[in-house]
Design a binder for this molecule. Sequence first.
Ligand SMILES: [Zn+2]
Length: 110
Amino acid sequence: MEMKPEYIAAIVAALAIGYFLLGRRKAPEQKSFRCARCSKTCQHTPRTINAWRNGKSKFFCDSCHSGWVRFHPNTQVGRIRGPGSRSGCLGVLACIVFIPVALIVGWLYV
Ligand SMILES: [Zn+2]
């Protein structure tokens, strides 16, 4: 099977896009965040990075978070998001990866 340079370029582009998207999920771009409650600028902690990975856009500093947990002792933080939200996120990710690949493949076979 002959490997066209365009074909290799398409694979490299697809891998680069995938790597970029997966790499972005490791940690937030900013090392610090503004607390959504007290507006204090704080460093990300494993807790807020985990929340960021779960798709949260609002973060709370440790003192606000511990206050919130005290105020809502019966709330399981991990149970707020339904089981369907995870697959929805993956569906969006698949679309983001699929669309450029489809465009490249379509462009190659025109
Ligand atoms: Zn705060």
